[in-house]
Design a protein. Structure first.
Lengths: 347, 267
């Protein structure tokens, strides 16, 4: 269960960021204040790849900006490495940010960009040179030190932004949708790059994304957010297998949300089953299942086949099975799954 | 019409002739002025050969030299003062804590651009007399600084708005305090706009006639005011020569401002 995994970790690992009962409202000129965060509590551990996941407007970026110090919470407290940072401006926090737009300084070379943070900390010249070389090596841009950001591709600029934020060796690295501007192939590559960097540096990474696949692939733990609330916190496995909320079940991966009535059960409940857990077999085989229906569509997905089945009670579900199609549209089928893979949630 | 051809303004009959005519009205007087500056005759309307003699006469005319010197000194002081004030003002408007009223403040600052200049000139004169200020050049420098501010402010403010705040956030995130953030990030990024604003201020100050006319006193005459005085005694080719010089200086500065502005956009 999610709860056990979390409490087990908290016994051994020190907390790096403690977000305690934080709320944030924005005052606007004409409308009512916008409540971007509502009484959020989170503990992010040291040396963890933590992801804030949610649709746009869920408050994940606001939370990141509160940690960085660009905004102040309306109420509540934020502690970084045990220190209350309420009174600290961004330049006094041991936190660096990789911005969504990269925000590289256009009037400086790549090396000058990467050196900037250390220079502002008045680090000695020799140390700066060494760290800049190290950081550029880490992101595999050794030969690019003298280039201007405008002479680099999007993917390279992204890596400079990461190197610049890592060079001062912060306690926490914040990443604001860092991969959203890259094309699919680059994005996959950068996902494993970032994960590797987190392992190598041991720095706590906090990633903001709306891409659930990205979150599942990269994170040690994920917080799923919606309209200013944290709905569930847990490991990717945990959140995928045990969604505790209809929204989480629907947002993470693909889910069938079946009304209890459609399966002849408690109509006040929703049954959640992943498509890959559903077995579809012809009625003629005589197997017993949870319900019967008819295949209404078949989608070929390469290694898998996706069946859309309309149940007799009217509900629709998807089943994903390995290999090519053995059924055809209109076939009467029995749908079945193991009890252990379904989750029963309140409507 | 049978609707075969949709209306296309580019094929209006006589469009090219009309356009050419507009350019003739724009530039023919300037061209004639410049050509006759090189005329060897004393008569402004009769060409009698190429000569630099009116430029030599201008160079040897002590009164013109004094007026030109006044103009340049005033322009330099007004440029530096107005650009500094405009930069600070633009930063306050775009990055300050002001939550509302930015638009109104900007409009108030830009107002002198649309108020008739004669009104500004007269009120400036009355203002100085009311205060009992009769400091010649200093009065002119103050007046020029004031009316140059909006010209310098607008490009700087536009650049700050285009830049957005993210680069400065990145600077703060990387441990820069306010002063070093300004020196290392904001100012270098703003420099092209500040130069463009300064050049605009310089040209506007150098060319100003009405306000200078009202505010200047004996001994603090600026070049445009002096040229006007010369004209009342009759137009001589000397006026053509000095006007040509002013024109050339203005073109060089405005072209520089445009070039810097373009590089600014590309960066």
């Amino acid at each position: 269960m999610a709860f056990e995994a979390v409490s087990m970790q908290s016994r051994n690992v020190p907390v790096m960021i403690d977000i305690h009962s934080v709320s944030k409202s924005f005052v606007t000129r004409d409308a009512d204040p916008v409540h971007a965060l509502k009484d959020v509590n989170l503990e992010i551990y040291d040396n963890e790849f933590f992801t804030l996941l949610g649709p746009s407007g869920c408050g994940k970026t606001t939370l990141l900006r509160l940690i960085a110090g660009f905004e102040a919470p309306s109420s509540g407290a934020i502690r970084i490495a045990g220190n209350d940072v309420a009174a600290l401006p961004p330049q006094k926090r041991p936190v660096n940010t990789v911005f969504q737009s990269y925000a590289l300084f256009p009037h400086m070379s790549v090396a000058e960009n990467v050196a900037f943070g250390l220079e502002m900390q008045n680090a000695p010249k020799a140390l700066i040179d060494e760290r800049v070389r190290e950081a550029l090596e880490m992101v595999r841009l050794e030969g690019f030190a003298t280039r201007r950001p405008s002479q680099l591709s999007g993917g390279q600029q992204q890596r400079v932004a990461v190197a610049r934020a890592l060079a001062p060796k912060p306690s926490v690295l914040l990443l604001d949708e860092p991969l959203s501007a890259l094309d699919l192939k680059l994005r996959k590559g950068m996902q494993s790059e970032l994960k590797r960097l987190q392992r190598e540096t041991g720095i706590t990474f906090v990633l903001v994304t709306h891409d659930q696949e990205e979150a599942l692939a990269m994170s040690d733990r994920i917080a799923v957010m919606r309209s200013g609330d944290v709905l569930q916190v847990g490991t990717p496995r945990d959140i995928y297998d045990n969604p505790q909320d209809r929204f989480v079940a629907d947002f993470i991966g693909e889910s069938n949300l079946l009304p209890g009535a459609a399966l002849g059960r408690d109509p006040a409940k929703t049954i959640v089953v992943r498509p890959e857990h559903i077995v579809v077999s012809p009625v003629a085989d005589g197997t017993k299942g949870h319900a019967t229906g008819a295949v209404s569509a078949i989608t070929f997905l390469g290694s898998d086949t996706l069946y859309e089945v309309v149940l007799e009670e009217g509900a629709k579900l998807h089943s994903r099975s390995r290999g090519g199609a053995s059924l055809s549209t209109g076939d009467r089928v029995v749908v079945d799954w193991a009890h252990s893979v379904e989750r029963e949630l309140a409507n | 019409m049978n609707g075969a051809k949709p209306f296309d303004w580019r094929h209006t009959p006589g469009l090219s002739a009309y356009t050419a005519l507009i350019f003739v009205f724009f530039y023919a007087p300037l061209l004639i002025l410049v050509i006759y500056a090189f005329n060897s005759s004393r008569l402004v309307t009769v060409w009698s050969g190429f000569s630099f003699k009116w430029f030599v006469a201008v160079a040897n005319n002590g009164a013109i030299r004094d007026a030109a010197f006044n103009s340049v000194i005033i322009a330099i002081v007004a440029t530096i003062a107005s650009t500094a004030i405009a930069t600070a003002g633009a930063l306050a408007l775009e990055r300050g804590r002001l939550r509302f009223g930015r638009g109104a403040a900007t409009a108030l600052i830009a107002m002198p651009l649309v108020v008739p200049e004669i009104v500004v000139a007269i009120t400036t004169l009355i203002f100085f007399s009311g205060l009992g200020m009769h400091h010649g050049l200093i009065n002119l420098m103050i007046a020029h600084t004031v009316f140059c501010i909006p010209f310098a402010l607008l490009p700087i403010q536009a650049r700050l708005r285009d830049m957005g705040g993210t680069l400065e956030e990145a600077g703060r995130d990387l441990y820069a305090d306010e002063w070093r953030l300004f020196r290392r990030v904001t100012l270098p990024l703003l420099l092209p706009a500040i130069s463009a604003g300064a050049i605009m201020a310089f040209v506007v100050s150098l060319d100003d006639f009405l306000i200078s006319m009202m505010v200047s006193s004996a001994g603090s005459t600026t070049l445009p005011v002096y040229i006007y005085g010369m004209m009342r005694l009759g137009v001589t080719p000397e006026v053509n020569a000095i006007s040509t010089i002013l024109l050339a200086v203005s073109i060089v500065f405005v072209a520089a401002a445009l070039l810097i502005g373009r590089r600014n956009k590309l960066a």
